[in-house]
Structures are given as C-alpha cells and as structure tokens.
Design a protein around this ligand. Structure first.
Ligand SMILES: Nc1ncnc2c1ncn2[C@@H]1O[C@H](COP(=O)(O)OP(=O)(O)O)[C@@H](O)[C@H]1O
Ligand SMILES: O=P(O)(O)O[C@H]1O[C@H](CO)[C@@H](O[C@H]2O[C@H](CO)[C@@H](O)[C@H](O)[C@H]2O)[C@H](O)[C@H]1O
Length: 458
C-alpha cells in the first residue's frame, strides 16, 4: 500500500492546479495544520500542507494545500477525488480532496458562521458584516484554475489556495482594501482562513461575494470573434457581437481600480533601467525553455533598452496577471478577479509595487489572443478563408485595444513614453506567455510566438 507521501505525490502531479508540471518532483513532507468543524462527525476535515521538492536542475521546493475529507468507509461518489488511505490513530480511513465533498465544505460554511469551530492552528476571519446563507450547498467550479473555488449556492465563493507561500496573499489584501473603498469593480470580501508558521501568516482560503450574473470576459470576447468570422464580409463594428463598447468599459474599470489601489497601498517610483534589466533577464531564461524565442531576442532586447532610457517609472499595487479570463461582466458592470499576481513569480516579488502598465499590457495581449485562439481552434484549409480571418483577427484586436486604451488613458493616442512602456510590457507578457504555453498548452505556443514575430521596436 502506498505511503501517505506517495499517495499525496500521485494525487498532486495529476491535479490541474499543480504548478510543477513537467518538472521532477518528490513529496518530502506533510503537515496537518488543523481540523475544520467537529472531529466527532464524519467526515473529519483535516487541512494538510504538503512539501514538494523539485528534483530537476532548478531545484527548490513549494508548499501545497490539500484539505482532506476523511471517511471510515469508502465514499464511491468521491472516487474521482480519492487521495489515499490514511492511518488515523491506528484506524485506516479513506482520504478525499475535501473541495469535492459537500459534507466537508458544509463544515467550512458552518465555521464561518460561527456554528462550528476550527481546531489546531486554523483561524476563520469574517469581515464586512454579510450574513451568509447557512444552508447553501457547495459546488466546485470546473475549469482550468490555479486554485480551487467552491460556490456556496449563489451567495458566496470560497477560493481554496493551492500553492501556499508564507506571508500575505495579495488576493485577500487587495480585495480587502478595494472592498473597504467600496469599489464597484470587485466581488466583496467576506472573510478568509489563515494559519501561522514561524510567526508568518499563511493565507489558506478567501471567501467572497458570489457574482450571480457573471459572464467570463474571455468567453464574451471569443463569442464576438466567432460572430465576426461567421460574417466574413463584415467589419467588427458591423456585426452583432462587437466588443469595442465592452473593451472601453474595461478600460474605465481598470483606471478606477488603479486609482483606488494607488491611494490605498504604498506607491513610488522604480528606476526604468532596473525594470528593463529584469525583463531582459526573464527573456534570457525564457529562451532556455522556448528556443524559438532566440530568433527575436535581439529585437526584444532593443525594446527593453528603450524602456531603460525612461528614468523613473511610477509604481503601485497592481493586479499583476490581468487578462480577459480575469474579468467578469455582470449587470452591474465589469468586475476584476484574482489579484494573486503572476503565478510564476515568488510572492515577495508579487507584493512589490509595480507599473500599472503591466495590467494594461496584460489586457492588450488578451485582445490579441482572442481572435488567434479562435482561428487556432477552428482550422481552415481554404487559403482565402485563412487570409480573410487573419485580416479580421488583426482588425478585431486593433479595434478593441484602441477602445480599451482610449478609455484607460482618457486620450486619443499614447505619448512617446507611454508607447515605449506599452511596447516593453506587452513584449514581456508575450515572452511569459510563450513559457506558460510551452509548459501548459503547447498547441497554443504559436499564438504568443507569432505575436512576438509581428512586434516591431517602438
Ligand atoms: N466572486 C466570484 N463570483 C463568481 N464567479 C467567480 C468569482 N470569482 C471568480 N469567479 C470565477 O472563478 C474562476 C476562477 O477564479 P480565479 O480567481 O481566477 O481563480 P484561480 O486563481 O484558480 O485562477 C474565474 O475565472 C471566474 O469565472
Ligand atoms: O488565470 P491564471 O492566473 O491561471 O493565468 C494563467 O493562465 C492564463 C490562461 O488560462 C494565461 O493567459 C493566457 O491565455 C488567455 C486565454 O486562455 C489569454 O486571454 C491571455 O491573454 C494569455 O496571457 C495567463 O497568462 C497565465 O498567467
């Protein structure tokens, strides 16, 4: 029978949210932080922290959270979430990933409501005075996510963080500040779960308002592109699903969020030369993962070289990994989600004040992605149709980028410095995407690679 560590390793490497895919890994440690709800009633819900050590040349280690629902008898309905058998005080129990189990998640809800307690080093914090619906049933969100989100009815969402880094989680602290500032562009924060280790906080989960009427920004954009491709003779502004109005509203929303973040978190300036140096170093590292980037490296370095000339850059708290998939359209306007920053960066770096142009560039890249992703997923042999689509894709991307930028800046064009900033941050994001796609969705690697090939130097 597999040991606890072997079982956890097998489960982890197959999980969508595991960020160490493609690397040599070994589970080297396991710590139980505490239990959610009463240990008297099944399932017992144990929150485990798993240490993963990388055995490849890069080395290092990470901590992953796996909340476990422990049952004395097998639960067939949870077979897909089976982690392993556990020896609990001399009794063998069946351990399942708790986010898949309504009975286990009900214990989380009851603990937030103060009707159950958390044992060990686990603390449930509630803020904002929202009255949670006590009988709401949990549903795990499906989809490609870095964490696991569970909706409680249509009332609240609990996001269980998977990769845990000691220190504040910017998703919680940014939502807290924007909720206090009464921002209309985020879901309100209702609470969180934390623990402490070596005097440092571990943020384990975040509870927030469920956005009932939300449609994913990426899905709306993709539908708009499909409309356009279906009407080959028409321009973007002539087809039903034109996105430019939404792109402009997204620009306004981001501008407001940036203003609020600037007022609420430390801000200042950073030497452009240092920022450019970091971008260049990331490019060098990316070429090792995606050798095709080497053909464009000189041009990209020149783009970063131009950034280096800009003196000091204003920096502040930003989103850090903004793209259309992090935006939700509701009847009350656009909401931005997931303020954790770029998953590949160490936490300390994600907490540093950064340039707001990073978020702007993230959205611009997403406007570029949408039409090419639609083309990629609907291959076409007829060269005339291919050419027509390429033309339409460029038109769609340019139209939405312009609408977004116009609304964000409040001006018709970009100044010289803004142009240099946008070019550098867009290039850096596309390089990051090449690495991301190579590791996660190799079929999509051509999308950011082709975008880099199209980029000029400002
Ligand atoms: N407050 C919310 N209400 C409803 N849906 C949400 C809410 N927050 C996020 N989502 C949905 O859950 C998905 C995953 O959320 P996200 O914060 O991006 O998680 P992850 O860090 O796992 O990527 C989002 O794409 C969005 O569709
Ligand atoms: O949402 P995450 O924080 O997990 O972000 C990662 O995954 C994204 C893909 O799901 C990735 O975004 C890239 O693909 C999007 C389309 O799926 C596109 O809209 C984005 O512009 C593009 O960057 C993101 O980069 C990555 O960090």
């Amino acid at each position: 029978m597999a040991t606890q560590l072997e079982s956890l390793q097998n489960y982890l490497v197959g999980a969508r949210w595991f960020g160490g895919k493609g690397r040599g890994v070994e589970v080297t440690g396991f710590r139980r932080l505490g239990e959610v709800g009463s240990p008297e009633t099944e399932p017992r819900v144990a929150v485990a922290l798993v240490e993963v050590t990388y055995t490849d040349a890069e080395g290092g280690s990470d901590l992953y959270q796996v909340p476990l629902a422990l049952y004395s008898e097998p639960e067939g309905r949870l077979d897909h979430a089976f982690v392993g058998w556990w020896d609990e005080d001399g009794t063998w129990v069946h351990a399942y990933d708790a986010v898949h189990d309504r009975a286990a998640m009900a214990k989380y809800l009851q603990t937030f409501l103060g009707k159950a307690t958390a044992e060990g080093d686990l603390h449930f914090v509630s803020v904002g005075g929202h009255e949670l619906e006590p009988d709401a049933q949990s549903t795990l969100f499906s989809g490609e996510q870095s964490n696991s989100s569970v909706a409680f009815g249509e009332d609240a969402v609990l996001k269980v963080f998977r990769k845990i880094t000691p220190g504040e989680n910017p998703d919680i602290t940014t939502h807290k500040v924007l909720t206090e500032a009464e921002s209309t562009h985020v879901a309100q924060l209702y609470g969180w779960v934390e623990s402490t280790t070596d005097d440092e906080v571990l943020h384990l989960a975040m509870l927030q308002q469920f956005l009932r009427t939300a449609s994913d920004g990426w899905d709306i954009a993709v539908a708009s592109v499909r409309d356009l491709f279906a009407e080959a003779d028409l321009h973007a502004e002539e087809v039903g699903g034109d996105f430019a109005g939404e792109a402009a509203r997204l620009g306004e929303a981001l501008c407001e969020v940036h203003e609020q973040l600037r007022e609420s978190f430390p801000s200042g300036t950073a030497p452009a030369a240092e920022v450019a140096e970091t971008m260049t170093a990331r490019l060098t590292a990316a070429v090792d993962v995606v050798p095709e980037l080497a053909d464009h490296a000189d041009r990209l370095r020149r783009t970063f070289g131009q950034l280096a000339e800009l003196g000091e850059l204003p920096v502040q708290r930003v989103h850090g990994d903004l793209h259309l998939g992090q935006t939700l359209r509701t009847v009350a306007g656009w909401k931005l989600v997931d303020f954790e920053g770029e998953p590949a960066k160490p936490l300390a770096e994600r907490l540093h004040p950064d340039s707001p142009w990073r978020d702007v560039a993230g959205m611009l890249r997403s406007f570029d992605y949408a039409p090419y992703a639609v083309a990629e997923s609907s291959p076409e042999d007829d060269p005339d149709v291919v050419e027509q689509r390429r033309h339409r894709a460029e038109e769609w991307a340019a139209r939405n980028k312009q609408a977004f930028l116009h609304a964000y800046t409040g001006t018709d064009g970009l100044s010289h410095d803004q142009g240099v900033l946008v070019a550098a941050y867009v290039a850096e994001k596309a390089i990051y995407e090449c690495v991301y796609e190579a590791r996660n969705r190799p079929n999509w690697l051509p999308i950011p690679l082709a975008a880099i090939a199209r980029m000029g130097v400002p």
